[in-house]
Design a protein around this ligand. Structure first.
Ligand code: S3P
Length: 174
């Protein structure tokens, strides 16, 4: 089967959107982002979705948009930080995408996302310790990815280059 979709996975603040854009541009593929798709289709911002309808409702939206995106060709997808923690989402990811985990040190992630009003979970886990417990719970899910890129000490351009190199080795069709 032709593999022409790449999904970027990782914790909040991993640069999935920025790196995803750059990667899509280089490959001449389309860039999509589950959070933006949800906001567009639900007609509500992520903080309002969480605040008014709860996390479970948001998670159902995530699975719905992931299913839709998996039918499209030549796309780079940035996924929300909690998306890979659901088994039903992994069924879709494994079948349709090359999965790439962008790994960073927790301190780096914390500095990037602390106090961000656009991220409801940054408010729910305000300290480094609390965020760290969420990060550790999620790590095994992220580590299921086919490719793991350690971003520490690398430029964005180098990360994109690494992803392309691995994607070629994994048989992605450009
Ligand atoms: C979430 C991460 C967010 C967004 C939502 C929940 C999470 O996306 O999907 O706020 O559960 O980690 P980013 O990873 O792009 O920040």
């Amino acid at each position: 089967m032709l593999l022409n979709r790449i999904a970027l996975l990782g914790f909040m603040g991993s640069g999935k959107t920025t790196i995803g854009w750059m990667l899509a541009e280089q490959l001449h593929w389309r860039f999509l982002d589950t959070d933006s798709l949800i906001e567009e289709q639900a007609g509500l911002s992520i903080p309002r979705l969480f605040g008014e309808y709860g996390e479970e409702y948001f998670r159902r939206w995530e699975t719905r948009v992931l299913n839709d995106v998996a039918r499209q060709e030549k796309i780079v997808l940035a996924t929300g930080g909690g998306l890979p923690t659901r088994e039903e989402n992994w069924v879709i990811l494994e079948k349709h995408f090359l999965t790439v985990f962008l790994r960073w040190k927790l301190d780096t992630l914390y500095e990037r996302i602390k106090g961000d009003p656009e991220r409801p979970l940054a408010a729910r886990y305000p300290t480094l310790k609390e965020l760290g417990s969420l990060y550790l719970k999620r790590l095994p899910f992220y580590e299921r990815a086919s490719v793991i890129i350690d971003g520490n000490g690398m430029t964005k351009e180098e990360i994109v280059g690494e992803i392309i190199k691995h994607a070629k080795n994994c048989g992605v069709a450009f």
